[in-house]
Design a protein around this ligand. Structure first.
Ligand SMILES: Nc1ncnc2c1ncn2[C@@H]1O[C@H](COP(=O)(O)OP(=O)(O)OP(=O)(O)O)[C@@H](O)[C@H]1O
Length: 716
């Protein structure tokens, strides 16, 4: 079915479709949980290793890599001392496996981050009252559960008495007990309903708050941050991690409190019924759990391998669906299907192996638990025979001991869930507290009437933060006079786009300064600079999957319809837009997939022009277009350039002849500068580039000629 879904996506020629991919992932998850629904407990145990491993490796720093931290989740005091003592072996196994596991098998993007309790408290704080009510209800439900076995015992006692003596009416005697039991069942059901509703409300609201905070924090991060992270990984923090954290939170409060109360309450009841039998239970249960832990360790390993295999399959699907146009262009649908199928086969094989392991585990544990029931009946029966215990007490003991075993098994699952929740929470919280180096706003603005649009790069050095050893700009100096067009040309990789990025203040220079009208960009308000001063048009315009009207208005949200039409006319876009049946209401498709390159580019120009920028940057704005589209777009650009400070970055030198000044860049420096004619006369790098382009040689292979003059500063 997965292969079929994948095939539909690839063959359907869908534009890069994240929803489709998500459906694939969701199906994988559902299939897994469905397949082993009946053995949820054991499967969870099998997953414990993979759940614990990431947290111990990533979420908790070395000094805090203690399982105790996990128990803090449920209030530490409540669970920690008791269960850690019982599960020390489990913790040790998991910890050792975490140490020996290969780091490459983990998700490498995840940095180690501790769980941020302060932030957690901030999200939890508004819901404390509701949480308190949920806890009270959960405790109430657990206490009612403790009562039920005792009443059942009394009922059995009446049955036994009636069987022995056959006097009186069974119904009369058992009526009040039956009514009490029914009442308790009803109360228990109501309390369970109540706390689950309240917990669900808290969980959902916290998840919304967390997603909102994380999303707005991500949008504020530096561009350098996005250079280092993959979009999918960031989206996964917003979706999967928050989801996982929410589920763990709800489970821990509901199951954790309930199981602990039941274990404590039932142990008290049991010891009151029979101390000897209780001691037996307290020895046997942890022993069986220890053996189960050892088996679980092997299953966890299998589970991790299975999950990694699924991740590999998802990776193949992600790549193919994300690049569906390339796949289509090379007619590679079959090859992609085969790749995906091969990875799916692998994951299916692993999942089956895991299923067999889980089945064995479950079979053995059924035998073990049934043997425990039998032993209790045997020993309890001999106590009944010796008149040290009544039949009803034995029944109560059996039911209560089952409750203890179930609760303890729940707690062991919960341990994995706690660690997984902490790990997911740590990942979700991590970027919420991250402050960007370049704030989104703050600083001064130059009044509109004083704004000239003169740009100066003064002895700028720059390396990208993710590649600090590699200097892209070296002592780079350039002046863009107000109202003039300056063209930047040169080798591919010479640093032209980097100049534009520094001007947009996507990055700050490592040394030197960039000035707007004599003021350091770092002292100016970045949102004013980007929102009102600079218009940016690049080679591959990215549009949003909404209407043409909204796409143009993205440049100025408060723009009137008239302003949008005016910008579209200026960008030579109005005519083609009005020819569409829906006109400005036409949906452009994901990333503008339903428009031609030239149409997209003209919409991008309209979007940049609507804010009436003083400075216009055009980064290879026409290089991806055919001759006819280029002519129409170039016309729009020429019109847009009038009266503005314009920085044109170009490969095709034919497009820069009209520039007032041309700067030739090489190796991150200004190699030579002048007008087209001046540069031709110099017979330097520019003349060489022109010659090569005339001969139709690719510019990308161009390198500065040996005899060309050395670098110089770019003052027009
Ligand atoms: N985000 C980034 N992180 C790290 N290095 C980068 C980044 N962007 C560009 N570079 C590197 O900086 C150098 C200059 O790149 P830039 O894009 O400015 O060149 P360019 O002159 O615009 O090239 P082209 O004409 O091919 O677009 C290149 O070596 C490139 O590999």
């Amino acid at each position: 079915m997965l292969v079929h879904l994948f095939r539909v996506g690839i063959r359907g020629g869908l534009v890069p479709s994240r929803p489709l991919l998500l459906r694939l992932q969701t199906f994988t998850a559902v299939r897994q949980s469905d397949g082993h629904h009946s053995s949820y407990l054991l499967k969870s145990l099998a997953q414990l290793r993979s759940q614990l491993w990431p947290c111990l490796r990533r979420a908790l720093p070395a000094t805090r890599r203690s399982p105790l931290s996990a128990w803090h989740w449920v209030g530490g005091v409540l669970l920690g001392p008791l269960v850690l003592r019982k599960c020390s072996h489990l913790c040790l196994v998991v910890h050792c496996e975490a140490e020996e596991a290969s780091p490459t098998s983990s998700r490498p993007y995840v940095q180690e981050a501790g769980f941020n309790w302060k932030l957690f408290w901030q999200f939890l704080h508004p819901h404390l009252l509701v949480l308190g009510a949920a806890i009270v209800l959960a405790l109430g439900a657990a206490l009612v559960n403790v009562q039920i076995p005792l009443l059942l015992g009394q009922l059995v006692e009446i049955i036994a008495k009636y069987t022995r003596e056959h006097i009186g009416s069974f119904l009369t005697e058992s009526r009040s007990l039956g009514t009490r039991l029914l009442l308790l069942y009803g109360i228990q059901g109501l309390l369970t309903f109540g706390y689950l509703v309240l917990l669900s409300r808290i969980g959902e609201r916290m998840a919304v708050d967390m997603r909102r905070t994380l999303f707005s924090s991500l949008l504020r991060q530096d561009i350098a941050f996005f250079d280092a992270k993959k979009t999918g990984q960031l989206v996964s923090r917003l979706t999967t991690d928050v989801q996982e954290f929410k589920s763990s939170f709800k489970l821990v409060i509901s199951q954790g409190l309930r199981s602990c109360t039941q274990v404590a309450g039932c142990l008290v009841s049991l010891s009151m019924l029979s101390t000897r039998l209780t001691l037996l239970l307290m020895v046997a249960t942890p022993t069986l759990m220890g053996i189960g832990t050892l088996m679980g360790s092997a299953l966890r390993k299998l589970s991790r391998q299975s999950q990694e295999q699924i991740a590999r399959a998802t990776g193949v699907a992600d790549e193919a669906l994300g690049n569906v146009r390339t796949v289509r262009a090379f007619a590679m649908e079959h090859r992609e299907e085969e790749r995906y199928e091969a990875e799916l086969e692998g994951s299916c094989w692993k999942a089956e192996e895991l299923g067999r392991g889980i089945a064995l585990f479950q079979g053995l544990s059924n035998i073990a638990f049934n043997c425990m029931v039998l032993s209790t009946l045997f020993i309890g029966g001999s106590l009944v025979a010796g008149q040290q215990l009544t039949g009803g007490d034995l029944m109560s003991f059996l039911v209560a001991s089952q409750t203890v075993q179930r609760s303890m098994a729940n707690l062991s699952i919960l341990f994995g869930q706690v660690v997984r929740g902490l790990s997911a929470g740590a990942r979700a919280f991590e970027y919420m507290t991250l402050s960007p180096c370049i704030p989104l706003s703050g600083g001064c603005c130059i009044p509109k009437e004083e704004l000239q649009g003169a740009i100066t790069f003064q002895n700028v050095n720059f390396s990208y933060p993710c590649r600090p050893g590699f200097e892209v700009l070296k002592n780079f100096t350039l002046t863009l006079p107000p109202g003039k067009i300056v063209a930047l040309v040169g080798q591919s990789g010479g640093g032209k786009t980097t100049v534009a990025s520094l001007l947009e203040r996507f990055y700050d220079p490592t040394a030197g300064v960039v000035l707007l009208d004599g003021r350091d960009l770092r002292t100016l308000d970045p949102s004013w600079l980007r929102g009102q001063v600079i218009g940016f048009i690049n080679q591959e315009p990215v549009l949003f999957g909404t209407t043409i009207m909204e796409n143009i208005r993205f440049g100025k949200l408060e723009a009137t319809d008239e302003e949008v039409y005016a910008a579209a006319r200026e960008a030579n876009a109005h005519d083609f837009i009005t020819k569409f049946p829906e006109g400005y209401g036409t949906i452009v498709g994901e990333r503008g997939a339903t428009l031609s390159g030239g149409q997209k580019q003209r919409l991008a120009i309209a979007r940049a022009l609507i804010k009436q920028p003083t400075v216009l940057i055009m980064d290879e704005a026409t290089s991806a277009l055919d001759t006819e589209s280029e002519r129409v777009v170039q016309e729009a650009l020429d019109r847009a350039s009038a009266g503005r400070t314009v920085l044109v970055i170009a490969h095709r030198l034919s497009t820069v002849r009209r520039a007032h000044h041309i700067i030739v860049m090489a190796d991150g420096q200004v190699w030579e500068s002048g007008t087209h004619e001046e540069l031709l006369k110099k017979q330097g790098l520019y003349a060489e580039l022109i010659r090569r382009q005339t001969l139709d040689a690719p510019l990308t292979s161009t390198s500065p000629p040996e005899k060309a003059k050395g670098p110089r500063n770019g003052h027009p």
